[in-house]
Design a protein around this ligand. Structure first.
Ligand code: ATP
Ligand code: MG
Length: 149
């Protein structure tokens, strides 16, 4: 597992990381996002959405579990598994993870760990205080990390 660490100093910088990555990601990729409440997971997804030219505002999907944006360059599937903790029911999310040309992003992946593909990019966001965030990118596939550089 290789990793790349970046530090952002504002939410705009975190969004621009997502925006730049959006154009480089392969079809069907899964990105997992871990980090405390308010770390910046959804902010990163907003950047990805901008990079895909999705005009809809990306909301935190905590109350939806999943939201699919189809009106951009490629589909964006945004899953927030937070409320699936302790629920052992198959709700068919696996149909959308790695969906065709789409990019799937998953907040709180630990709650659906069995569904996470091994060739994903893992992002860990840590609040360093103030508006500073450490963003660690990890992947078993080095070629995926090349895109982050
Ligand atoms: N460098 C930064 N990167 C990202 N967000 C930042 C940064 N600095 C400040 N923020 C602020 O931190 C908050 C991040 O909220 P966000 O909804 O993205 O977090 P989250 O990790 O998705 O939380 P939750 O687990 O509740 O879904 C926003 O209010 C954002 O403006
Ligand atoms: Mg969120």
């Amino acid at each position: 597992m290789s990793e790349i660490i970046k530090v952002t100093k504002s939410k705009e910088e975190t969004m621009s990381l997502g925006r730049e990555l959006a154009t480089k990601l392969p079809d069907g990729i899964t990105i997992t996002l871990t980090g405390d409440l308010g770390a910046g997971k959804t902010t990163f997804v907003r950047g990805l959405a901008e990079g895909l030219h999705i005009k809809e505002v990306v909301q935190s999907p905590t109350f939806n579990i999943m939201k699919i944006y189809l009106k951009g360059d490629r589909p964006l599937i945004h899953i927030d598994a937070y409320r699936l903790a302790d629920i052992d029911t198959d709700i068919g999310l696996d149909e959308y993870i790695g969906y065709e040309t789409g990019i799937t992003v998953i907040e709180w992946p630990m709650f659906i760990s069995k569904l996470i593909p091994s060739d994903s990019i893992e992002l860990e966001i840590t609040n360093l205080g103030g508006d500073n965030r450490q963003i660690k990118f990890k992947s078993k596939d080095d070629s995926l990390l090349e895109m982050v550089k």
